[in-house]
Design a protein around this ligand. Sequence first.
Ligand code: GLP
Length: 261
Amino acid sequence: MEVIIQPTAEAAVKLTARVLGDALRRNPEMVFGLATGATMESVYAELVRMHREEKLDFANAKTFNLDEYIGLPPEDKNSYRYYMDNHLFNHINIKKANTHLPDGMTNDIAGEGARYEAAIKAVGGIDLQLLGIGQDGHIGFNEPLSSLNSRTRDKSLTPLTLEQNGIYFDPPESMPRRAFTMGVGTILDARRIVMLVTGERKAQIIARAVEGPVSSMVTASAIQFHTNAVVILDEAAAGCLQGRDYYNWSFNNEPCWEPYR
Ligand code: GLP
């Protein structure tokens, strides 16, 4: 794992978008794993800008989102399908048929996970998975105690997640209590992982995920098992890390990061 600390959230977002954009330029048929949440809104805004101003071409790209609320139709403004259309897909030249999220309205809740896994497999797996982190250390909606081998399935959400994401719902209690999420094992199958975390409120949990023991209590810590993972932070989110000097030295000296310094 590598950790890159940028001076500001804006710089961390730009670096993240550039890593995704460069990957797409190298391989126009990229399969992206995508995330939602407030942090990612500015990443998608930057990708839209790169599409408009730098001709970043999504015509042959495919996407699979991490998760979706159970019971919200695509037109509900709190569904992740709505979020993705609104922040990204409607503003770039991706084919809608190539954008995938779990079906929050399916009648086959038990079968949806296997269907989603098969769809990912059918395109050859995910090349680059974008990740954020929840306040309780989740990736996707893999709440504490999720098996580190888990696959896509339905999952009940923790009180902390209901509190964190309930602010988007009116009333907050109308937030679904369950969601589909890729499993931790599904996420670890991606060929590359890029995690973006900004802001002081995430400083403690990201330190536990990056430097703490691997534990299903903090499912983000499972990315320590991944052989090609980078965590991009702003100064505020990096505040509790112990190994900052080494991470900074590494970013400033590793040849692969030269174009990004
Ligand atoms: C939701 C998503 C996660 C995301 C998290 C962070 O819970 N399921 O994938 O990492 O939000 O959200 P934010 O960026 O709003 O802090």
